[in-house]
Design a protein around this ligand. Sequence first.
Ligand SMILES: NC(=O)c1ccc[n+]([C@@H]2O[C@H](COP(=O)([O-])OP(=O)(O)OC[C@H]3O[C@@H](n4cnc5c(N)ncnc54)[C@H](OP(=O)(O)O)[C@@H]3O)[C@@H](O)[C@H]2O)c1
Length: 285
Amino acid sequence: MAISGKTRIYAVIGDPVEHSLSPVIQNAAFNALNINGVYTAFRVKSSDVATALSGIRALGVLGLNVTMPHKEAVISYLDWIDEPAKFLNSVNTIHNKDGKMLGYSTDGIGALRALRENGAAPCGKKVLILGAGGAARAIAYSLIQEADELVVLNRTVSEAEKLSEILKRKFNKKISTGSLSPEVIKEKIKNTDILLNTTSVGMTPNINQSVITPDILKTDLTVMDIVYNPCETQLIKDAKAVGARVVNGIEMLIYQGAAAFEIWTGQQAPVQVMREAILEQNVGV
Ligand SMILES: NC(=O)c1ccc[n+]([C@@H]2O[C@H](COP(=O)([O-])OP(=O)(O)OC[C@H]3O[C@@H](n4cnc5c(N)ncnc54)[C@H](OP(=O)(O)O)[C@@H]3O)[C@@H](O)[C@H]2O)c1
């Protein structure tokens, strides 16, 4: 749709932000549904977060995504945040609605929907999460509400333990932790239905690396890698080779974006259009 006086602005803020794929996903969705909106990227320095957010209010920018390093800093300038954002102390989506700034965290729901839509709903399943960083926390928060059991393994074990402690305070579920060593992974994977890599291992340029040795993967496993660059990581290749179900990082990226789109517009996101728009970018494929 041609830009006019009625065009509404949406954006991602972060530093750096030029690499973000959100403009590609969201503009494809606006075009597909004939919405008079434009999505761009603003590089905002940490010292400018407060002024940037008052600018957003003043200019009536309708929706924002927030990326590193501002996910925590934006919270003090918002009027309300949702439960996941409160738990994670992190906001990645802002809706400027009727003069109120509302904050959400959509990473967890993005991972959950990616699993569900790819035939691997975590309800009643045993889930093994590798990594305990920001994305792992969001994913663990969403998945523990449906899964039967959760194991978190991390290179820095104390981070996995911290995550487990805060989850146990809120949810009455079986959660255990350990180190990311090959021996521990081999032991834990025996009792796993869904395995998620949330570490950055395997990301470009280290595309031949994987946290898992292929010999311990099995057919009856769902393997999700949240690394999306490349789209098909070494872990995903190895999992495909043994006949396991695979879910790649692009799927999570699409569904967290779809959740943001639905918050801003109240319309169902055109997920297939968003997927095709990203794949056209040849993200490390
Ligand atoms: N698909 C999506 O929508 C989506 C969304 C968010 C993030 N991501 C991707 O997910 C990855 C993690 O992001 P994040 O925000 O969670 O980052 P983060 O907070 O920095 O966490 C990084 C995690 O990776 C682990 N790690 C890093 N290097 C490692 C290595 N060499 N060996 C073993 N473990 C290692 C860290 O372990 P320690 O605690 O020991 O350092 C930590 O658990 C990135 O590749 C990011 O692009 C994808």
